[in-house]
Design a protein around this ligand. Structure first.
Ligand code: GLY
Length: 420
């Protein structure tokens, strides 16, 4: 977002808290933790920006919108109550139930591991086991067997491996289909859909290994038929936004619909109250309108005046991660080849877990870089992104080698699948 905002003639100055080794090129980074709402309020009171944009979920779930607004500071992001759509999967299920929004059948939600394990007697397999709270993308397992489901429930509820987010769990029917991230920017009345994207959540090629926050994503023209897209809008997006405005103050910011495209229509697997990572990277590369103007319109509730435009073709982001992610990994590895990769045409290297140390950039997290390229076709964008990945090195670097490669096949499946 910072990269895209920096290109707007409307933007004079950007501060980013806390930022990273890449964002430093476009904004003044301020060492304040993105989860520390009190410190963020003090920072904004000191700097008095015209507008604050919230990226991650933690400050939203902690109520940053309410704290800014009661001090008269403009902020794009949902209220604490609405951020519960992401902060509590049980709350999200109840919300969808109230507004008849299609979602997989819930077998039950549980506060006790014994009861959750006992409930496995009555489910169809595979079954989805989901942590209720925030778990950085690692709180969901599609379990093929009882043993797998039981182990995951114990890890969440008895060993607390993913923290407080795993203290309650849901068991849900597993659906067949293609996943899609459908994200809209909204001012609570109208909304502007982003280019639809597809994430790759498993750590290894062929969708194997544990779930991660996302190992890569792509977007391309024709990912959805107009008929299927209007079904998503009519059956899912409109009732969600209407339900939110009926129940609280207007939702502002990004609303992420994690969908399963099934033969009988789209279903909501999860909501997020933000953009997706790594979906954001390919979206920003194809965005052909002024994001700063759009954010300003959200804050003024005049988003209906903004016309979105997207660069034709496709874009893809390949995540380079630290070896061992999403488990344990080392940091502080020197990254080389960034300049060479960034000089390739239509390539941008977005930083995630990096920091600067003197003249060097070193690794500082699980997902390190989002190497992103755009082109006239998906296969060409994939080629360019991997060409850029090939220029970048750090000890233990891991990336999937199949990001986007199933895209053309999936495009045909979406176009040909029977539709209601
Ligand atoms: N890539 C999925 C997410 O951001 O939650």
């Amino acid at each position: 977002m910072v990269w895209r905002l920096r290109q707007s003639p409307e933007v004079e100055k950007i501060w980013c808290a806390p930022g990273n080794g890449g964002i430093e090129e476009y904004a003044e980074c301020v060492p304040v933790d993105a989860g520390d709402v009190g410190a963020l309020v003090s920072l904004a009171e000191r700097l008095r920006p015209d507008l604050t944009i919230v990226g991650p979920e933690a400050p939203l779930v902690a109520g940053i919108r309410n704290k800014f607004e009661c001090r008269g500071m403009r902020l794009v992001g949902p209220s604490q109550r609405d951020a519960r759509l992401e902060g509590s999967k049980i709350y999200a299920k109840q919300f969808m139930d109230r507004y008849d929004i299609p979602t997989p059948t819930l077998y039950g939600d549980f506060e006790s591991p014994i009861e959750a394990i006992r409930a496995l007697d009555a489910v169809d397999w595979p079954v989805v086991v989901k942590a209720d709270g925030l778990c950085a993308g690692k709180g969901v397992l599609v379990a093929e067997t009882r043993a797998e489901a039981e182990t995951f429930i114990r890890r969440l509820m008895q060993k607390h491996e993913l923290g407080a987010g795993g203290s309650r769990v849901l068991l849900e029917h597993a659906l067949k289909g293609d996943e899609l991230s459908f994200i809209v920017l909204t001012d609570g009345r109208s909304f502007l859909p982003m280019a639809p994207t597809r994430d790759h959540k498993r750590v290894f090629d062929g969708d194997r290994g544990p779930n991660t926050g996302g190992m890569g994503a792509y977007t391309m023209d024709g990912m959805l038929t107009p008929k299927y897209e209007s079904m998503i809008v009519k059956d899912i997006v409109c009732p969600t936004i209407a339900g939110l405005s009926e129940e609280g103050i207007p939702y502002t910011g990004f609303l992420y619909f994690g969908l399963m495209l099934t033969a009988s229509g789209p279903m909501v697997l999860e909501y997020n109250c933000r953009l997706g990572d790594p979906e954001t990277q390919p979206i920003m590369m194809r965005m052909n309108f002024d994001l700063a103007v759009a954010f300003d319109a959200v804050a003024s509730r005049t988003l209906d005046r903004i016309k979105p435009a997207w660069k034709p073709g496709a874009s893809v982001c390949v995540v380079m991660a630290s070896g061992g992610y999403p488990g344990t990994f080392e940091t502080g590895k020197k990254i080389t080849g960034l300049g060479e990769a960034e000089r390739l045409p239509d390539v941008a290297v977005f930083h995630a877990g990096t920091k600067r140390e003197g003249d060097s950039v070193v690794t500082n997290g699980g997902r390190v870089l989002g190497v992103t390229a755009s082109a006239e076709s998906l296969s060409r964008a994939v080629y360019k992104a991997y060409e850029a990945v090939g220029k970048i090195h750090f000890d233990g670097a891991h990336c999937r080698t199949d990001i986007g490669v199933k895209g053309d096949l999936q495009k045909r499946m979406v176009a040909e699948a029977p539709r209601v």
